[in-house]
Design a protein around this ligand. Sequence first.
Ligand SMILES: O=c1ccn([C@@H]2O[C@H](COP(=O)(O)OP(=O)(O)O[C@H]3O[C@H](CO)[C@@H](O)[C@H](O)[C@H]3O)[C@@H](O)[C@H]2O)c(=O)[nH]1
Ligand SMILES: [Mn+2]
Length: 570
Amino acid sequence: MEAKNTLPLQERFEHKRTFHKALELLILLLLLSLLSYRLAFLHLRGPVWSIAFLCESWFTFIWLLNINAKWSPAAYKTFPNHLKNRLEELPPVDMFVTTADATLEPPIVTVNTVLSLLAVDYPAEKLACYVSDDGCSSLTFFALVEGAKFAKLWVPFCKKYNVQVRAPFVHLTTKPDSSNEDYLNDWKTMKDEYEKLDRKIEVASKRSVRCELNGEIVDFSTYQRNDHPSIVKVILENRRGSLDGIPSLVYVAREKRPKYPHHYKAGAMNVLARVSAVMTNAPFMLNVDCDMFVNNAEVILHAMCLFLGFDDEVQSGYVQCPQHFYGALEDDPFGNQVVIIQQCIGYGFGGIQGPLYGGTGCFHQRKIIYGTPPPSDKQTNAMNGKELQRKFGYSSEMLESVSRTISGKPEKNASCGGLSEAVETAVRVADCSYESNTSWGEQMGWIYGSTTEDVLTGLRIQSMGWKSVYLSPDRSAFLGNAPQGGPASLKQLKRWATGLLEVLIGKDSPLIFVATKKLMVRQCLAYLMINVWALRSVPELLYCLLPPYCILTNSSFLPKDCPQTFSINT
Ligand SMILES: O=c1ccn([C@@H]2O[C@H](COP(=O)(O)OP(=O)(O)O[C@H]3O[C@H](CO)[C@@H](O)[C@H](O)[C@H]3O)[C@@H](O)[C@H]2O)c(=O)[nH]1
Ligand SMILES: [Mn+2]
């Protein structure tokens, strides 16, 4: 993957931060002075003093982690224009969208995300979009089938007028500021068609939905959300460019049975990895949550600048875009725009071993998801048929596809025919028993065992020695939907904090990986800062309780009355 004799595709920027570094060290010095002062009087003061000392020691430790994480931020500038005359060299990309609940995640939102993906600036015959529906909802399926019909108008419209935000609900709700008559007429037609689509989905949501696809009546009415066989439906098929600029679109509802654990989103992602392996088997994968649309139509070109633009492949194990949100509340009162994490910590990680995998807006190399170590790793990973089967499961089509991916052979659809011919195999690899006694979710794929499966999965990849890159083009790559209200935000934050703690104390902890694998020491410390998030609540709460406690008991935990105490006691 070298970029020889070509224009550069990326350029690294390191921020000096001299002033900030000096300030951070000064604060550290002050914290250490405070601690030594406390320590000097520890034997003279009561338990309140000791508790304050313990809390402040913890805060100093967190501050050290903070300094480490932010010390040497790095970012990359990407040059997608330099790829535009190399379009035929560009690798295929499989795009994954996950949705789980048609009530909480309205299908029109998912459809907008899918449309924004189908319309990106990238050769359409190299793209396929797979939607995983963990809700097994006939409404979501219906919405996608109708959305696909709209895509045949929408995608050419976006490309003709070089529309920047290709989620229709964004582009069609702001009155266009243009004097181009053709554009204004087409815009009006698109708006009418989109409103029809929206209404159709709205009407369908009030009745049980049966849907027609390629002459076949598709009916989910006998299925229950958590008890149904695998469903794989090819909604659009770009057979050698036959669709004229529109990528393929596949609907997937993996098999669910009450007796089998489904591993939430990580389980859904592993099914998508397998289904796409036997259908299109692109060497790169992009995954987005259903409520996160493409905001920068060149995003895949930007990502390719980072995958193809380094001489050393190890630099870009995965490419993560920061999570940005739309419709934010003013001043972000609940902190769910996660601004600090994105802007300070994200770039900080970027200067060490690379950003965390954030679960959405991320590009992966398929072979790395399959557990392939970096090229510099002497350990060979040639596996015989038996080992392959033990690791990846029994499907021979799957194993053939995995072998091609791991050996780096030119990608070719695992199904030599079209997507439709591969549906039967795809259904099998989406069965809930497929993973039994395999390595899925353990040593490869999306890793099970934490509600923040993303962090766990990224950590495993970095522990093999891969680095990752932050992709932050001037125009945000994706825009998502953050919870608006207090309770929803609290629920999300609690889930993240719990998940991160699970990672810390689990068998794939950064503390273990730093000692036994190739996770860098500074990267481990950076992970620690995130992973101890839930634990921070204890000293923070205790410290907050100290002032009221001191007022009630007429004591003090502040150093200012120490000289007095000192003189009384000496
Ligand atoms: O059983 C499940 C549960 C969730 N999802 C999907 O997973 C995504 C994220 O779930 P959500 O409930 O929206 O979680 P958030 O907290 O908003 O998501 C953030 O945090 C998650 C855990 O760290 C990451 O996986 C996400 O990518 C990241 O956006 C959504 O598309 C869901 O549809 C599934 O497919 N199956
Ligand atoms: Mn979400």
